[in-house]
Design a protein around this ligand. Structure first.
Ligand SMILES: [Fe+2]
Length: 444
């Protein structure tokens, strides 16, 4: 089983504090920072999918989680702050402009959060969003989506301001030393840290010294907004929970608003090739444990879809056991979605699994009856198939369909339709929080 979020993360000591970075396949970074003597800790930007992993690590280390901080209002992933903080009676922290439900500590610029005999300084860092803060400790900068490794954040949604971002970056560069370690809120190439000195030398955005030029280049190439941004903002700001299931009619609405990229179709590849929601991802139920990474890269809320709903429920149970959140079962599956007016695309030249079952079952019954006149024992074959079809009708579980789905001719289209959320690995994905490199044209 390949579950990247449960991989053991190493501890690094920076300025007397223990720092544990956690990577999410979407490119998000969450952090635990602890003061070893008092064993007090803080969680920074906890992703909803990482809540269980973070909580287990806090308990395993014997830390008390004093604070849970969101550096800003996240628009590209669900925050896990509301799920993590109550487990440890932690104080939730965000900038006063954030107005997140459940936040009780709203530090102003320069305010300190005590962590044993150490302090975390909260600095207002507007630009990516108006409510953005960065966190400064002895030797480390947790920059959220202000400064990335080799890049900066985009400023074209949620009230972002490119000029403010320029001012924020100049302020940080002029007041922090070059050897301070940078821990960003995102990295799309698997990197964990840099230093301010390295960024001054190699980050193309920091090479731009003129404010107007910076603003012009950063705003020249707006990228698509993050997938499901509206729903994610309701989750992150209003504390709304992602529902365990939704009526198929709701999925029709999501898909019509460009939400098809969050539909995970758990039917067999053959069924998907026959008919599917355009733009959805195919991850068959029996492959789900081996394709966790792909599911994690799909933007939440993630809609689990099958033919009638039964396999989607099983997929949700399996993924929940792996600690993956943000999962919603589509009630009634593709049949209900289609009946509610949802758009599908049908593949050419593929015989549906249901039709294959009808042909196979009918053929076996015919053979059983014909051979029954040769020897009565063959009537049992026809009776067995009839009983199987009755069982399948009552339980909605068809053994013959499962066997046929594994036949070679039904495997041909495996993954061909999959449009997993992970896009270009060498650059920030479309709809992420990162800006394109300066001077590039939009290739997304
Ligand atoms: Fe962001």
């Amino acid at each position: 089983m390949n579950n990247p979020i449960t991989a053991q993360q190493p501890v690094e000591t920076v300025g007397g504090l223990l720092v544990v970075p956690f990577k999410h396949p979407q490119g998000c970074r969450s952090y635990l920072v602890a003061e070893p003597t008092s064993r007090k800790a803080v969680a920074i930007d906890p992703h909803l999918d990482l809540v269980n992993v973070l909580a287990e690590r806090v308990r395993a280390e014997g830390w008390s989680l004093s604070y849970v901080i969101d550096t800003h209002t996240h628009a590209d992933h669900p925050s896990g702050a509301g799920a993590l903080a109550p487990q440890f009676s932690s104080t939730r922290v965000a900038h006063p402009k954030s107005n997140h439900v459940g936040v009780t500590r709203k530090p102003e610029d320069g305010e300190a959060l005590d962590l044993g005999d150490k302090q975390i300084i909260v600095r207002h860092a507007p630009g990516h969003t108006p409510d953005h803060v960065v966190l400064v400790t002895d030797g480390a900068l947790f920059s959220g989506d202000t400064l990335h490794i080799g890049g900066v954040a985009r400023t074209d949604f949620l009230g972002g301001d490119a000029g403010q971002l320029f001012d924020t970056l100049q302020n940080l560069l002029s007041t922090l030393s070059d050897d301070i370690i940078l821990f960003p809120g995102h990295d799309y190439e698997g990197r964990v840290q840099s230093t301010l000195g390295l960024e001054k030398d190699g980050n193309p955005w920091l090479a731009i010294r003129d404010r107007s030029e910076f603003v012009e280049k950063l705003t020249a190439n707006p990228r698509p907004q993050p997938a499901n941004m509206k729903q994610l903002l309701r989750l992150n700001c209003e504390g709304m929970n992602i529902p365990e299931r939704i009526p198929a009619a709701d999925l029709v609405a999501y898909v019509s608003q460009d939400g098809a990229g969050s539909v995970i179709d758990v039917r067999t590849p053959m069924e998907v090739a026959t008919e599917q929601v355009p733009g959805s991802h195919s991850v068959p139920l029996d492959e789900i444990n081996n394709r966790v990474d792909e599911i994690l890269r799909t933007a939440a809320p993630r809609f689990l879809l099958c033919r009638s709903g039964a396999r989607a429920n099983k997929a949700r149970d399996a993924l929940t056991k792996l600690g993956i959140g943000g999962l919603t079962v589509v009630e009634g599956g593709l049949e209900a979605y289609r009946a509610s007016g949802g758009v599908t695309v049908k593949g050419a030249g593929h015989m549906s699994l249901e039709r294959q079952v009808r042909i196979a079952a009918g053929t076996l019954v015919l053979i059983g009856v014909a051979l029954g006149f040769v020897h009565p024992a063959f009537f049992a074959l026809a009776a067995f198939v009839g009983a199987g079809l009755t069982f399948a009708g009552i339980t909605d579980r068809c053994g013959m369909a499962l066997i046929l789905a594994k036949m070679p001719w039904n495997k041909a289209s495996d993954r061909a339709d999959s449009k997993a959320g992970g896009t270009c690995a060498a650059s920030a994905p479309s709809g992420s929080c990162a800006a394109s490199p300066p001077g590039t044209t939009d290739k997304d």
